[in-house]
Design a protein around this ligand. Sequence first.
Ligand code: DGL
Length: 272
Amino acid sequence: MAGPIGIFDSGYGGLTVYRSIQELLPEYDYLYLGDNARTPYGNRSFETVYRYTWECVRALFSRGCRLVILACNTASAKALRSIQQRDLPPLEDRHRVLGVIRPTTELIGEYTASQQIGILATEGTVASRSYPIEIERFFPQVQVIQEACPMWVPLVENREHQSAGADYFVQQHLDRILSRGPRIDTLLLACTHYPLLHDKIRHWTPDGIKILTQGKIVAHSLRDYLRRHPDIEAWCSKGGQQAFWTTESPAVFDPRASFFLGNRVADQQWDQ
Ligand code: DGL
Protein backbone atom coordinates (compact mmCIF):
# COMPACT_ATOMS: atom_id res chain seq x y z
CA MET A 1 0.00 0.00 0.00
CA ALA A 2 1.27 3.45 -0.90
CA GLY A 3 1.06 6.27 1.67
CA PRO A 4 2.20 9.83 2.25
CA ILE A 5 5.85 10.79 2.71
CA GLY A 6 6.31 11.52 6.41
CA ILE A 7 8.29 14.61 7.41
CA PHE A 8 9.29 14.91 11.07
CA ASP A 9 10.79 17.65 13.21
CA SER A 10 10.88 18.50 16.90
CA GLY A 11 8.71 21.54 16.08
CA TYR A 12 8.19 24.10 13.33
CA GLY A 13 11.73 24.12 11.92
CA GLY A 14 11.16 21.12 9.67
CA LEU A 15 8.57 23.19 7.81
CA THR A 16 11.51 24.96 6.11
CA VAL A 17 12.62 21.62 4.65
CA TYR A 18 9.06 20.47 4.04
CA ARG A 19 8.34 23.59 1.96
CA SER A 20 11.31 22.96 -0.35
CA ILE A 21 10.43 19.28 -0.74
CA GLN A 22 6.77 20.00 -1.45
CA GLU A 23 7.69 22.70 -4.00
CA LEU A 24 10.09 20.41 -5.86
CA LEU A 25 7.92 17.29 -5.63
CA PRO A 26 4.31 18.54 -5.47
CA GLU A 27 2.83 15.35 -6.88
CA TYR A 28 3.31 13.34 -3.67
CA ASP A 29 1.15 13.26 -0.53
CA TYR A 30 2.78 14.49 2.68
CA LEU A 31 2.16 14.16 6.39
CA TYR A 32 4.16 16.56 8.59
CA LEU A 33 4.55 15.78 12.29
CA GLY A 34 5.93 18.36 14.73
CA ASP A 35 6.68 17.25 18.27
CA ASN A 36 5.85 20.76 19.46
CA ALA A 37 4.80 19.60 22.92
CA ARG A 38 8.35 18.39 23.64
CA THR A 39 10.45 20.82 21.62
CA PRO A 40 13.32 21.78 21.80
CA TYR A 41 15.33 18.59 21.38
CA GLY A 42 18.67 20.40 21.03
CA ASN A 43 19.72 20.22 24.67
CA ARG A 44 18.29 16.78 25.48
CA SER A 45 20.24 13.58 26.05
CA PHE A 46 20.93 11.07 23.33
CA GLU A 47 18.46 8.59 24.90
CA THR A 48 15.65 11.12 25.11
CA VAL A 49 16.06 12.40 21.55
CA TYR A 50 16.17 8.81 20.31
CA ARG A 51 13.06 7.80 22.28
CA TYR A 52 10.99 10.82 21.20
CA THR A 53 12.09 10.50 17.57
CA TRP A 54 11.34 6.79 17.35
CA GLU A 55 7.91 7.34 18.93
CA CYS A 56 7.11 9.99 16.33
CA VAL A 57 8.46 7.92 13.43
CA ARG A 58 6.30 4.98 14.53
CA ALA A 59 3.30 7.31 14.73
CA LEU A 60 3.95 8.32 11.11
CA PHE A 61 4.25 4.64 10.15
CA SER A 62 0.88 4.00 11.82
CA ARG A 63 -0.65 6.65 9.55
CA GLY A 64 0.60 4.86 6.43
CA CYS A 65 3.97 6.57 5.84
CA ARG A 66 6.60 4.08 4.74
CA LEU A 67 9.23 6.67 3.86
CA VAL A 68 9.99 9.21 6.60
CA ILE A 69 12.41 12.15 6.42
CA LEU A 70 13.86 13.40 9.71
CA ALA A 71 13.79 17.11 8.83
CA CYS A 72 15.71 17.75 12.04
CA ASN A 73 19.48 17.75 12.42
CA THR A 74 19.35 16.90 16.11
CA ALA A 75 17.23 13.80 15.48
CA SER A 76 19.35 12.91 12.44
CA ALA A 77 22.51 13.20 14.57
CA LYS A 78 21.24 11.35 17.62
CA ALA A 79 18.56 8.89 16.53
CA LEU A 80 18.85 8.04 12.83
CA ARG A 81 21.57 5.45 13.02
CA SER A 82 19.84 3.46 15.81
CA ILE A 83 16.55 3.58 13.94
CA GLN A 84 18.11 2.46 10.65
CA GLN A 85 20.33 -0.24 12.09
CA ARG A 86 18.32 -1.59 15.01
CA ASP A 87 14.64 -0.67 14.75
CA LEU A 88 13.75 -0.97 11.07
CA PRO A 89 15.19 -4.41 10.17
CA PRO A 90 12.83 -6.45 12.45
CA LEU A 91 9.67 -4.71 11.19
CA GLU A 92 7.35 -6.88 9.14
CA ASP A 93 6.71 -4.26 6.45
CA ARG A 94 9.67 -2.52 4.91
CA HIS A 95 10.14 1.15 5.81
CA ARG A 96 12.86 3.74 5.20
CA VAL A 97 13.95 6.64 7.39
CA LEU A 98 16.34 9.25 5.96
CA GLY A 99 18.01 12.26 7.59
CA VAL A 100 19.32 15.68 6.58
CA ILE A 101 22.99 15.43 7.51
CA ARG A 102 24.22 13.07 4.81
CA PRO A 103 22.76 14.99 1.84
CA THR A 104 24.32 18.17 3.20
CA THR A 105 27.78 16.80 3.94
CA GLU A 106 28.00 15.14 0.51
CA LEU A 107 27.88 18.58 -1.12
CA ILE A 108 29.16 21.14 1.32
CA GLY A 109 32.84 20.97 0.34
CA GLU A 110 31.89 22.31 -3.09
CA TYR A 111 30.87 25.67 -1.63
CA THR A 112 34.13 26.62 0.07
CA ALA A 113 37.23 28.12 -1.55
CA SER A 114 39.06 28.77 1.74
CA GLN A 115 38.50 25.15 2.91
CA GLN A 116 37.15 26.37 6.25
CA ILE A 117 33.43 25.93 6.99
CA GLY A 118 31.35 27.05 9.94
CA ILE A 119 28.54 24.86 11.30
CA LEU A 120 25.82 26.58 13.34
CA ALA A 121 23.67 24.02 15.13
CA THR A 122 22.04 22.89 18.37
CA GLU A 123 24.11 21.69 21.30
CA GLY A 124 23.10 18.10 20.54
CA THR A 125 24.16 18.23 16.91
CA VAL A 126 27.47 19.88 17.80
CA ALA A 127 28.21 17.40 20.61
CA SER A 128 27.46 14.43 18.34
CA ARG A 129 30.27 15.61 15.99
CA SER A 130 28.23 14.20 13.10
CA TYR A 131 29.13 17.10 10.79
CA PRO A 132 32.93 17.04 11.27
CA ILE A 133 32.96 13.24 11.00
CA GLU A 134 30.84 13.09 7.84
CA ILE A 135 32.53 16.06 6.14
CA GLU A 136 35.93 14.48 6.81
CA ARG A 137 34.80 11.42 4.83
CA PHE A 138 33.78 13.40 1.74
CA PHE A 139 36.11 16.42 1.93
CA PRO A 140 39.14 15.59 4.10
CA GLN A 141 40.84 18.88 3.24
CA VAL A 142 38.01 20.97 4.75
CA GLN A 143 38.36 22.28 8.30
CA VAL A 144 35.09 22.42 10.23
CA ILE A 145 34.43 24.91 13.04
CA GLN A 146 31.24 24.29 15.05
CA GLU A 147 29.20 26.66 17.20
CA ALA A 148 26.21 25.65 19.34
CA CYS A 149 23.47 28.30 19.45
CA PRO A 150 21.11 27.10 22.20
CA MET A 151 18.90 30.21 22.21
CA TRP A 152 18.10 30.25 18.53
CA VAL A 153 15.45 27.48 18.47
CA PRO A 154 13.50 28.92 21.43
CA LEU A 155 13.52 32.31 19.67
CA VAL A 156 11.99 30.74 16.57
CA GLU A 157 9.50 28.50 18.43
CA ASN A 158 8.30 31.55 20.36
CA ARG A 159 8.10 33.72 17.24
CA GLU A 160 10.73 36.08 18.64
CA HIS A 161 13.05 35.59 15.66
CA GLN A 162 12.49 39.12 14.36
CA SER A 163 12.96 40.82 17.72
CA ALA A 164 15.86 42.85 19.09
CA GLY A 165 16.60 39.94 21.42
CA ALA A 166 17.24 37.79 18.35
CA ASP A 167 19.83 40.33 17.13
CA TYR A 168 21.71 40.00 20.39
CA PHE A 169 21.96 36.20 20.29
CA VAL A 170 22.63 36.02 16.56
CA GLN A 171 25.47 38.51 16.75
CA GLN A 172 26.95 36.79 19.82
CA HIS A 173 27.29 33.40 18.12
CA LEU A 174 28.46 34.78 14.79
CA ASP A 175 31.21 36.78 16.52
CA ARG A 176 32.28 33.65 18.38
CA ILE A 177 32.45 31.33 15.39
CA LEU A 178 34.12 33.88 13.11
CA SER A 179 36.77 34.67 15.70
CA ARG A 180 37.55 30.96 15.98
CA GLY A 181 37.47 30.50 12.20
CA PRO A 182 38.83 33.64 10.56
CA ARG A 183 39.06 31.92 7.14
CA ILE A 184 35.42 30.74 7.14
CA ASP A 185 33.82 31.57 3.79
CA THR A 186 30.73 29.32 4.17
CA LEU A 187 28.34 29.05 7.09
CA LEU A 188 25.86 26.18 7.22
CA LEU A 189 22.61 26.65 9.11
CA ALA A 190 22.65 23.06 10.39
CA CYS A 191 19.36 23.32 12.21
CA THR A 192 16.10 23.43 10.31
CA HIS A 193 14.79 26.23 12.53
CA TYR A 194 17.58 28.64 11.62
CA PRO A 195 16.38 29.69 8.14
CA LEU A 196 13.74 31.69 10.01
CA LEU A 197 16.64 33.75 11.39
CA HIS A 198 18.29 34.09 7.98
CA ASP A 199 17.82 37.86 7.64
CA LYS A 200 19.37 38.50 11.04
CA ILE A 201 22.22 36.07 10.35
CA ARG A 202 22.88 37.76 7.01
CA HIS A 203 22.85 41.15 8.70
CA TRP A 204 25.54 40.16 11.24
CA THR A 205 27.71 38.18 8.79
CA PRO A 206 30.37 39.97 6.74
CA ASP A 207 29.65 40.19 3.00
CA GLY A 208 31.47 37.54 1.07
CA ILE A 209 30.59 34.73 3.49
CA LYS A 210 28.00 32.38 2.04
CA ILE A 211 25.09 31.25 4.21
CA LEU A 212 23.73 27.83 3.29
CA THR A 213 20.33 26.46 4.25
CA GLN A 214 19.33 22.84 3.82
CA GLY A 215 15.83 22.89 2.31
CA LYS A 216 16.78 22.78 -1.36
CA ILE A 217 19.75 20.47 -0.77
CA VAL A 218 17.53 17.92 1.01
CA ALA A 219 14.74 18.27 -1.57
CA HIS A 220 17.08 17.59 -4.51
CA SER A 221 18.67 14.71 -2.68
CA LEU A 222 15.23 13.18 -2.06
CA ARG A 223 14.31 13.54 -5.74
CA ASP A 224 17.53 11.73 -6.74
CA TYR A 225 16.89 9.06 -4.12
CA LEU A 226 13.37 8.38 -5.43
CA ARG A 227 14.70 8.17 -8.99
CA ARG A 228 17.38 5.70 -7.93
CA HIS A 229 14.94 3.58 -5.87
CA PRO A 230 11.78 3.00 -7.91
CA ASP A 231 10.65 0.32 -5.43
CA ILE A 232 10.59 2.91 -2.62
CA GLU A 233 9.10 5.56 -4.89
CA ALA A 234 6.19 3.15 -5.43
CA TRP A 235 5.45 3.32 -1.67
CA CYS A 236 4.68 7.05 -1.95
CA SER A 237 1.13 7.97 -2.88
CA LYS A 238 0.58 10.71 -5.42
CA GLY A 239 -2.43 12.91 -4.76
CA GLY A 240 -0.83 16.25 -3.94
CA GLN A 241 -2.36 16.15 -0.43
CA GLN A 242 -0.73 17.91 2.53
CA ALA A 243 -1.58 17.10 6.14
CA PHE A 244 -0.12 18.36 9.39
CA TRP A 245 0.01 16.69 12.72
CA THR A 246 1.32 17.93 16.05
CA THR A 247 1.80 16.70 19.59
CA GLU A 248 0.62 20.17 20.75
CA SER A 249 -2.84 21.60 20.59
CA PRO A 250 -3.88 22.65 17.08
CA ALA A 251 -4.92 25.98 18.57
CA VAL A 252 -1.23 26.58 19.27
CA PHE A 253 0.22 24.88 16.19
CA ASP A 254 -1.97 26.13 13.36
CA PRO A 255 -1.48 29.90 13.53
CA ARG A 256 2.27 29.57 14.05
CA ALA A 257 2.74 26.92 11.38
CA SER A 258 0.70 29.03 8.96
CA PHE A 259 2.97 31.94 9.79
CA PHE A 260 6.14 29.91 9.17
CA LEU A 261 4.82 28.27 6.02
CA GLY A 262 3.19 31.34 4.56
CA ASN A 263 -0.14 29.64 3.93
CA ARG A 264 -2.94 28.31 6.07
CA VAL A 265 -2.37 25.10 7.97
CA ALA A 266 -5.08 23.09 9.68
CA ASP A 267 -3.85 20.09 11.56
CA GLN A 268 -4.94 17.28 13.80
CA GLN A 269 -3.66 16.58 17.25
CA TRP A 270 -1.85 13.35 17.96
CA ASP A 271 -2.91 11.96 21.34
CA GLN A 272 0.13 10.17 22.66
N1 DGL B 1 15.12 21.75 14.07
C1 DGL B 1 15.98 20.89 14.76
C2 DGL B 1 17.31 20.71 14.08
O1 DGL B 1 17.38 20.77 12.87
C3 DGL B 1 16.13 20.93 16.25
C4 DGL B 1 15.55 21.94 17.07
C5 DGL B 1 15.42 21.58 18.51
O2 DGL B 1 14.42 20.95 18.83
O3 DGL B 1 16.31 21.91 19.31
O4 DGL B 1 18.29 20.45 14.74
